[in-house]
Design a protein around this ligand. Structure first.
Ligand SMILES: C[S@@+](CC[C@H](N)C(=O)[O-])C[C@H]1O[C@@H](n2cnc3c(N)ncnc32)[C@H](O)[C@@H]1O
Length: 370
């Protein structure tokens, strides 16, 4: 017999569980959390609660698989310092843009200045990728924006705007923005909008909208982040990095083995920005699948890392290392926790919002292109 709702809820940590009504999308994507879509991220409120449970203001949290930087952003909001490591260059760019301190006057002046120049074109020749995935006018507008970026001090924020606009301006269907396989060249029946839609022809509208949205989101975050707390971003394979400093704890969600390709989901950004592609170093890469052998290799990588003498993870035996692995529902996907050398001291289960389980969840998406 299926367990009753009461029996199910008795096992769930209600402080970590929300209904759609309790935690609407605009809260889950508050301020910089929606600077750019990212598939497979934490709900910020989950991080907020775990930080409050396990850390004190002024302490330093490490996220060794920091992704889009949810831990770092929430740490700054909760009055902690944070360090995030990620092997994917675009993720590091995104985290850095989210967590950097800006001079608000310069930021506003620059974003408004480039906003006024959107539509200028450049003599850059489009690459084969750009010719394939963008209509000719969209490609000209994106390359025109890219040519302006280096004129500005806050070039990295503009790179994120360019990537987000490129994502929306690709020739894809509205319902397949995450991993489109082939460009969509003809009008198509759109399941999402229940009407015929056409592939996008231009990018300026996205560049304009996202430039202003980025300004608003960075400003909103600057109002809630703690003064004098800092976030550091390290681009590298965490198994090999010599991490500086000491940490009071670790809060992380490691890759889901074989499920998400963390480089490929932002391919357009790597192509347009010329970022360093290190996908072969991804732990649990989607390309490796989730066969028994792939899961064994995933556990092995984790065990190797844990058995090496601690380099930067806290050597002090008194240091607590709370891990979201133990508390997030995604922990169930980690193969064989005991075999990985961790000791399970406690466990909190949380309910998953229906949307959070779907690949097309609103947690990781920007508004669909108009
Ligand atoms: C589940 S995601 C983390 C998402 C994050 N919690 C957030 O809220 O955005 C796992 C991350 O681990 C990164 N990763 C995979 N292999 C890595 C490695 N060898 N070293 C460092 N990071 C790695 C991936 O690029 C991905 O961003």
């Amino acid at each position: 017999m299926a367990p009753t709702q009461d029996a199910l809820y008795a096992e769930i940590d209600l402080a970590l569980s929300w209904s759609e009504r309790d935690l609407p999308e605009r809260e889950r994507t508050k301020h910089v959390h929606r600077l750019h879509p990212y598939l497979g991220k934490f709900i910020p409120q989950l991080v907020e609660i775990l930080l409050a449970r396990y850390f004190r203001p002024g302490q330093h949290v490490l996220d060794p698989f920091a992704g889009s930087g949810t831990t770092l952003v929430q740490a700054l909001e909760s009055g902690l310092d944070a360090t995030g490591v990620d092997v994917a260059a675009f993720n590091c760019l995104l985290m850095d843009v989210k967590t950097r301190s800006y001079n608000p006057f310069v930021l506003e002046q620059e974003l408004r200045a480039i906003h006024a120049r959107i539509g200028e074109t450049s003599a850059d020749r489009p690459s084969a990728y750009v010719r394939r995935w963008f209509a000719p006018q969209a490609a000209r507008e994106l390359l025109g924006f890219r040519a302006l970026i280096d004129d500005y001090e806050h070039a990295d924020a503009l790179r994120v705007v360019l990537a987000r606009a490129a994502r929306s301006a690709r020739r894809t269907t509205h319902f397949d923005l995450e991993f489109p396989r082939e460009p969509q060249l003809e009008p198509y029946w759109c399941h999402k909008h229940r009407r015929e839609c056409r592939p996008v022809e231009t990018a300026s509208q996205f560049l304009r909208r996202y430039t202003l949205d980025t300004l608003a989101r960075l400003r909103a975050f600057s109002r809630v982040r703690a003064r004098r707390r800092v976030a550091s971003v390290i681009h590298g394979d965490v198994r090999e990095e010599q991490l500086p400093g000491r940490y009071d704890g670790v809060l992380t969600s490691p890759p889901y083995p074989g499920l998400i390709d963390y480089h490929e989901q932002h391919r357009y950004a790597y192509e347009l920005l010329g970022l360093d592609d290190r996908r072969e170093l991804e732990v649990g890469a989607a390309a490796a699948g989730n066969s028994r052998a792939a899961l064994a290799a995933y556990s092995e990588a984790d065990r190797d890392r844990r058995q090496r003498p601690p380099r930067a993870l806290p050597g002090d035996p008194g240091t607590r290392r709370p891990s979201a692995r133990r508390t997030s529902a995604s922990s169930r996907k980690s193969p064989d926790r005991q075999a990985c050398g961790r000791v399970l001291r406690g466990r909190a289960d949380r309910a998953l919002n229906r949307l959070a389980q779907e690949r097309t969840s609103a947690y990781g998406r920007s508004p669909a292109p108009a």
